[in-house]
Write a new protein. Sequence first.
Length: 195
Amino acid sequence: MNLTNKRRAKMRGWVLVMLALGGCSGPMAPSMAIRSEDRRDYDTAIGHDGRSSKEAFLRWRADLTGISFEEALIADVHLRKNPFDEDDGAAVSLGAVIYNANCRSCHGSDAEGDGLYALSDHPPKDFRSFGARLQVAFSGGAPSEWFDKVRNGEGSTVQYSEGESRAMPAFAEKLSNEQIWLVLNYLASSDREAD
């Protein structure tokens, strides 16, 4: 077992102890997790020029890294594992920004599954619950099953005002894989303020 794996195993042990003692209740409210510059930069990048959030985000990331949009799109398609470290405050902050824009209406302002548009017959996941925190502890961060559910949707088909969809709509067309991982990094965070 290398040093990183030992560190993660030790951290998981501490997380389990904290969970058992009630000291880790999940992500802090987005209002506390978001750094103002991340909100500003994301809002500027996404803009309101008719592009989808996914396309605008990938164009922004391409510009930041000096690659073409096509290269960013290809890299994103292959992004199936969380590229962010669980202690990455910038990823947590940016994830909270994206959560606010796309998830808060159903999952709530504190990620407890009690948002204004939560369906009572299909309650959204409470990311502050003991079960969710246990998943994070054993996965060493955001579980990949969360990624699959956000990307592909989950639950039975329901009628929304925009048409039929799964209870938890699929976000694959709306958000890039990186955006999804950023949200999940925020949801897997543990009561930490943004750096």
